[in-house]
Ligand binder design. Structure first.
Ligand code: FAD
Length: 361
């Protein structure tokens, strides 16, 4: 069985390794000159998720996170302190390089500076191209929904290395903005349909007035997994298959979990069952996250202000910190069965209407 993996991000590298461990002949091509560059990610990841991807992960960790500050549309601040470190900020370049070493050790042949071309021979292709969607288009695979995003590395002299910030409201209509602490600076970003660069410049100007060290562009995948990731000899995984958390666009953990599954199934010649298998295990999680994300995006600022206040007043913020950061289904269910759910009823109905219009008209 000859497997071609297109894309040397975390999903492609993980799938390639898994397939090689089972004995398949695996070649991975990456169009950039080096694995791990350029970096477009904020690098925030749960410790439990990271451990699963990279058991010896200490070398790639920049900071440990113990605090989350959420800013409401009106600027009200909610600080949530976690009882223990649950998340870390990783150096994505280093993480990808570690995954590359693991893949090579398992026998994967990695070729950089090589984009996909039709002369390449394979029995199975694993499409881990990220959001670019060129392979998806060429092979008639579904393209996941994404939002344009931008990040600036900011020179800030005074920031807390263990705190992540989230800003809601007009700063990033339809999504949110974030601040993630890094080495000696912070990475501030947002995603939005509406001119993300202008929005971020305005935000930085108002809130930070700091020097911009670096600009990073990207697209966050937020629409949930595609319905059919496998077609004939090609399977889409990672961002290419929409396997990210629809609530945040975070895709490292689910990307790698699904990649392991795809790599194994490809090597065993069982990929035709791939869609059934990932849905059996993960579909419920994705559906709940998608529903929560839709409700959030269909709230007006007044409703969001009230919901955040109610979550805070009912002590739910603290309670929610004990839930899993990646498998968010249980936390979402907890909110849905609390008093707060009443305030989400109108946005829920609005999101339902938007969904029906999008799906059927
Ligand atoms: C602004 C931003 C912030 C983010 N922050 C976080 C975060 O904090 N935490 C988190 O978990 N996730 C985050 N994500 C999401 C995360 O970066 C992705 O989910 C993750 O990188 C997906 O991994 P992947 O392997 O599927 O794709 P990628 O990492 O995008 O890798 C795809 C690779 O394929 C290569 N490629 C593409 N086409 C071809 C081709 N034709 N031939 C050869 N090679 C090709 C590309 O060069 C690339 O190296 C963020 C995303 C963005 C945009």
């Amino acid at each position: 069985m000859e497997i071609l993996v297109v894309g040397g991000g975390p999903s492609g590298l993980t799938a390639a390794r898994e397939a090689a461990l089972i004995g398949a002949k695996v070649t991975l091509i990456e169009e950039d000159r080096e694995i791990g560059k350029p970096d477009h990610c904020a690098g925030l990841i749960s410790i439990s998720g990271l451990r699963n991807i990279l058991p010896n992960y200490e070398d790639v960790v920049i900071n440990r996170i113990r605090k989350v500050r959420i800013f409401s549309p009106m600027g009200r601040e909610y600080e949530i302190s976690l009882r223990e470190y649950k998340a870390v900020v990783v150096d994505r370049g280093k993480l990808d390089l570690k995954l590359m070493e693991m893949a090579e050790r398992a026998g994967v042949k990695i070729i950089t500076n090589t984009p996909y071309n039709p002369s390449l021979k394979y029995d199975i292709m694993i499409n881990a191209e990220g959001v670019k969607a060129r392979i998806c288009r060429r092979f008639g695979l579904e393209i996941p929904k994404s939002l344009p995003a931008i990040q600036f590395d900011l020179e800030l002299s005074d920031f807390e290395r263990d705190a992540v910030e989230i800003y809601t409201g007009s700063i990033a209509p339809g999504f949110f903005a974030w601040l993630v602490p890094r080495y000696d600076h912070v990475r501030v970003g947002l995603a939005s349909e509406e001119n993300p660069k202008r929005l971020l410049m305005n935000f930085i100007e108002k809130r930070f007035k700091a020097k911009i060290l670096r600009t990073l562009w990207g697209k966050v995948v937020i629409g949930g997994p595609v319905n059919k990731a496998f077609k004939e000899k090609v399977v889409s995984i990672g961002d290419a298959g929409g396997f990210t958390k629809p609530t945040t666009g975070g895709g490292i953990v689910f990307g790698c979990l699904i990649a392991k599954m795809a790599g194994k199934m490809a090597a065993l010649g069982k990929l035709s069952d791939f869609d059934r298998e990932w849905k059996r295990i993960y579909l419920k999680e994705f559906r709940r996250m998608l529903l929560a994300a839709r409700i959030f995006r269909n709230m007006n600022y007044k409703e969001l202000e009230r919901v955040l206040e109610e979550i805070n007043n009912s002590g739910l913020f603290e309670e929610l910190t004990s839930y899993d950061m990646d498998f968010q289904g249980s936390a979402i269910l907890r909110v849905a069965t609390s008093k707060v759910a009443i305030s989400t009823l109108v946005p829920f109905l609005r999101s339902l209407k938007a969904y029906i219009l999008e799906k059927f008209l």
